[in-house]
Design a protein around this ligand. Sequence first.
Ligand code: 5GP
Length: 197
Amino acid sequence: MRSLQRKIEQEGRVLSEQVLKVDTFLNHQIDPVLMKEIGAEFARLFQNEGITKILTIESSGIAPAVMTGLELNVPVVFARKRKSLTLSADLYEAKVYSFTKQETNPIAVAKSFLTDQDRILILDDFLANGQAVQGLVEIAEQAGSSIAGVGIVIEKSFQDGAAILKEKGLRVESLARVKALQDGKVTFVEETAATST
Ligand code: 5GP
């Protein structure tokens, strides 16, 4: 997606060869116009999949997921990272190793929000080594839901996540694919179909 790529070039900050900071439009401040475009693009990519629900993880997956849910006219469920008192005891749970925090944390979704009738689109802001998405896959599997695919705003293609998910047979659609973070610069994988829009 060209507008996303341009935004990353203009505002992304390369913190290391592994980490990209995009807190001016995605991870802290949010650009609603760009999020709307992102939602429209995910909706276009998955429009024929019979999606009944979008599953993401708090907090940075929520904005693109809500915009996609609005386009597809389906609810958005986000996995909570800590057990909240308001969550019931009836939970689907998984453990996720956090790339940015370097610690393992439980994530949970109330059983009432996912069923074996659901066809799910999993969405997240970044794909690094695939831990967050694999946690969401586990939760969808516990619910007996079918998974239509995975939508990622920014894939870091030099890390393992995309390959691991594709090996599992999952369809992965990334709107921007980063080839490398080097010398303070972001380079992209050119041949991605999604960058043509
Ligand atoms: P994974 O679970 O695929 O290893 O990492 C994905 C998760 O870690 C995402 O939910 C995202 O919040 C965070 N993450 C991974 N890489 C980056 C990065 O380069 N920048 C930011 N801001 N978050 C990242």
